[in-house]
Ligand binder design. Structure first.
Ligand SMILES: C[S@@+](CC[C@H](N)C(=O)[O-])C[C@H]1O[C@@H](n2cnc3c(N)ncnc32)[C@H](O)[C@@H]1O
Length: 224
């Protein structure tokens, strides 16, 4: 994954720094939206073993891998963020942190605007919402160089292996049906767009927490 999502591991650590310093107590409830194979939830539990993570995703391949790799203390939820009723599948309503790493660019602008309002409603007073993604900014641009790792298969090669795997193959076929051949809207607005969209919600402090080339983290805090 480092090859396809450079900066992701560092971004996860920085998000977890925020959870540790800004969310009260050693057992924060954390929702990982579009959590994929569960890297963030696994790392959260290494850092805060009493945390209560929920991983949400739609992709049956990602969910199969996540469910087999993560401990049972992670609630793994299958739901479609394109569906306004997605949050009814969650095991709880109040989260100390709602996090999204490289996930929200899958949604088109209208749906993402609505989703921000839905996510805001899930954040407890004193909690935060954070998204890390490519948010190109003309004033601070510069794509990070992708460091190639010769031992790693290509993205297309990885999906070919998944399709041939006896366990994951059927999940890959279901994935193709669910996403109807186009999993991502590939919509990458500048950080200012995210700040505006979140500004319509119940947050009192919203900003760009860090930027690394085109990748940025937008964080919104809800006061007590
Ligand atoms: C680029 S991956 C990032 C995964 C993970 N956050 C990470 O950093 O490793 C984007 C994730 O968003 C999920 N996703 C995309 N569209 C979704 C939708 N409509 N509902 C739920 N999850 C979705 C994908 O299945 C995928 O796992």
């Amino acid at each position: 994954m480092a090859r396809y999502q450079p900066g992701r591991a560092g971004a996860i650590e920085r998000l977890l720094d925020l959870v540790e310093t800004r969310c009260a107590g050693p057992a924060p409830r954390v929702l990982d939206v579009g959590g994929g194979t569960g890297t963030l939830c696994a790392r959260l539990l290494e850092r805060l073993p009493r945390a209560e993570p929920t991983l949400l995703d739609l992709d049956p391949v990602m969910l199969t891998i996540a469910a087999s790799a993560l401990p049972s203390s992670v609630e793994v939820v299958r739901a479609d963020l394109r569906d306004p009723g997605w949050h009814e599948r969650l095991p709880r309503t109040g989260y100390d942190a709602v996090l999204a790493v490289m996930a929200l660019h899958y949604l088109p602008p209208g749906r993402l605007t609505e989703l921000y309002a839905e996510l805001a409603g899930l954040v407890r007073p004193g909690g935060l919402l954070a998204t890390v993604d490519d948010m190109p900014d003309a004033a601070a641009s510069g794509t990070r160089p992708v460091v190639l790792d010769d031992g790693e298969v290509s993205w297309a090669g990885w999906w070919e292996q998944v399709a041939e795997d006896p366990t994951l193959g059927p999940a890959a076929a279901e994935r193709a049906r669910l996403f109807a051949g186009s999993p991502s809207a590939e919509w990458h607005p500048p950080a200012a767009w995210h700040l505006r969209a979140l500004g319509a919600g119940p947050f009192d402090d919203i900003g760009v927490a860090w930027r690394d080339g085109d990748q940025a983290a937008v964080v919104a805090f809800k006061s007590r």
